[in-house]
Design a protein around this ligand. Structure first.
Ligand SMILES: CC(=O)N[C@H]1[C@@H](OP(=O)(O)O)O[C@H](CO)[C@@H](O)[C@@H]1O
Ligand SMILES: [Mg+2]
Length: 576
């Protein structure tokens, strides 16, 4: 069967490409101002159809979202059959199609992709698509549908969903009726699966005070409310804030997981009651962070690293109590993980830790090599994967005369398998996981937080003329190019007690990111390194923070090194 060029050309002419923009399928798919994305969406529809054909007609997912970006942006990412991110070998085809300069060029590029990937056009394609709450989704989803239709695709419209719900649906659709069926392929099926598992885990526990959830004014708001109707509030006392999706411009505005993590403070207008638990979702509900204030009103963040520590500790206890000594639990982090968290995991919990490059696909992949792999990015994106061997061990009858604590641990582990969305990080599923653990431990957020103290740190962006000139190795912890820069970073770090810093190009924004952390106490011989910088960031100044920490000073120093030689625009007085 050959490509119906006429159909593709005609459909494409309704979705002309803006010629002054180039598109790149990066860590988070395509992301840009929504006004520029119509042609890209159409072409992603074509690519999703090809991907499905290539994989014997299995369902491929298309999610229209720009996560934590401002409301005027939008984006799209593809989901592979098992619910994982699009295989990286296909990202280049997404980029090629998006950048074809005319309808004819698009047809030529399609031929190239079909040939390079060995797609059989005779296979019927199946695609499931969904979207978040952005006003631009309506027309952009139509463009995706036009792309799907041009290759005669069977479509499932999932409508308004969180990103992890779409990942769940993909896996369910592809495993229906098989021995590893993941669940009922509907949003209701998702709610029922999570609710049943949570009920098993939470029943009979002494309830904790209600959790307040900031929904970033995004899709998490209606979806959390739908879930609460299924699970009921008896076992899950919960209050939502920033839960409107109808006020223009409110999505992610001064709220949400990204705001809280990067600003290290509560969503604007949310007054923290000391010692109460709070959580923030991001705009498409695939990330979550927790936080609380102490009696002085000081803000404390419980980020992805803290979640990883909490979850790994709990699972280790269950595995030991269940007598599953051969089941190896491991944790996967990126270079952004706070050094104190890595130390806690390896030295206190005694679990192996793997460090991988930024981006969920790397973490997910590395977590698959453990029997139980816990992975979290510091920003709150993560989940837990149970290997096929562990799953079959857990589903076997177990010891013939188990002790009470052994059977309790086994039944809790089985429920965790259902509670955790194993396709991708999921704010709702992670919320339930953390709540379950705190219920079992009967911990306040401060007790959870007391596992270790974060090293003070700072993450800054530096605008450079060419970020592709920055090439890293060792899971992004070292800079191979431009030559000589790593030596200067090493020099800056030397003498800073507990100091660590690295530089890498962003995969989602046109900048390089500089991260640094260090102990609070300055090393005597390093003191001259730290000019007493005045903070230029108004909220921090308002909070009385007029001096930086050694970690922040180090970040600023390294940012200067990068900016001096490769920067774009005038050098800021301070990078934060
Ligand atoms: C430091 C940081 O938070 N980086 C984020 C950000 O990637 P960058 O490549 O750093 O732009 O967006 C990614 C996709 O959402 C996310 O996976 C990652 O953690
Ligand atoms: Mg997100």
């Amino acid at each position: 069967m050959s490509l119906n060029e006429q159909v593709v050309r005609a459909a494409s002419s309704a979705h002309p490409r803006p010629l002054n923009t180039t598109f790149a399928y990066g860590t988070a798919g395509f992301r840009a101002n929504a006004d520029t994305l119509d042609s890209t969406m159409f072409r992603v529809g074509l690519l999703a159809a090809l991907r499905s054909k290539k994989l014997a007609g299995q369902h491929i997912g298309v999610m229209v979202t720009a996560s934590h970006n401002p409301e005027q942006d939008n984006g799209v990412k593809l989901v592979d059959p098992h619910g994982e991110m699009l295989h990286s070998s296909w990202e280049q085809y997404a980029t090629l199609l998006a950048n074809a300069t005319s309808d004819d060029a698009l047809v030529t590029t399609l031929h190239h992709v079909i040939q390079a990937t060995g797609v059989d056009l005779a296979v019927k394609a199946n695609v499931v698509y969904g979207h978040d709450t952005r006003p631009s989704c309506r027309s952009l989803v139509r463009a995706v549908v036009d792309g799907l239709a041009a290759l005669d695709t069977d479509q499932v419209n999932a409508g308004l969903v969180t990103t992890p719900q779409l990942h769940y649906l993909v896996r369910c659709l592809n495993t229906q009726g098989s021995s590893d069926a993941y669940g009922e392929p509907s949003v209701e099926g998702y709610y029922h699966k999570l609710a049943a598992a949570y009920t098993t885990l939470a029943t009979g526990r002494h309830l904790l005070p209600a959790l307040t959830v900031d929904c970033a004014n995004g899709v998490g708001a209606p979806k959390l409310k739908e879930f609460l109707k299924v699970v009921g509030t008896d076992l899950l006392p919960l209050v939502t804030v920033r839960d409107t999706t109808t006020v223009a411009g409110s999505l992610n505005k001064d709220c949400g997981a990204d705001f809280v993590k990067t600003q290290q403070r509560a969503p604007r207008g949310v007054d923290l009651v000391p010692w109460q638990r709070y959580a923030s979702f991001d705009g498409d509900a695939d990330r979550i962070v927790f936080y609380y204030a102490d009696a002085e009103g000081t803000f404390h963040l419980l980020d992805g690293d803290k979640i990883a520590g909490l979850v790994a500790g709990f699972i280790l206890d269950l595995v030991r109590d269940a007598g599953l000594d051969d089941v190896k639990v491991g944790v996967v982090q990126t270079a952004y993980a706070n050094g104190a968290s890595t130390k806690y995991l390896t030295e206190v919990l005694g679990v192996p830790v793997t460090c991988v490059p930024t981006g969920v696909k790397h973490l997910h992949h590395a977590a698959e090599s453990y029997d139980v792999g816990v992975y979290f990015e510091a920003n709150g994106h993560g989940t837990v994967l149970f290997s096929p061997a562990t799953l079959s061990l857990l589903s076997s009858p177990g010891p013939s005369s188990p002790t009470a604590s052994q059977s309790a641990a086994l039944s809790n582990l089985r429920a965790l398998v259902d509670l955790i969305n194993q396709t991708v990080g999921d704010a709702l599923s992670d919320l339930l996981l953390v709540e379950t653990i705190l219920l079992h431990r009967q911990w306040s957020p401060a007790q959870w937080d007391s596992a270790y103290s974060d090293l003070p740190n700072r993450l800054v962006k530096v605008l450079v003329t060419d970020r592709t000139a920055f090439v890293t190795s060792d899971a992004e912890r070292r800079l191979d190019r431009p030559e000589g820069v790593q030596a200067r970073i090493d020099e800056a770090v030397r003498g800073v007690e507990g100091g660590r810093s690295f530089v890498r190009p962003s995969g989602t924004e046109d900048c390089v990111r500089v991260y640094a952390e260090a102990n609070t106490r300055q090393a005597a011989d390093g003191a001259s390194l730290f000019l007493p910088l005045v903070i230029t960031d108004p909220p921090r100044r308002a909070a009385g923070l007029t001096r930086t920490t050694p970690g922040a000073d180090l970040a600023n120093k390294v940012a200067r090194i990068v900016h001096d030689k490769f920067g774009k625009g005038p050098q800021p007085a301070s990078f934060f």
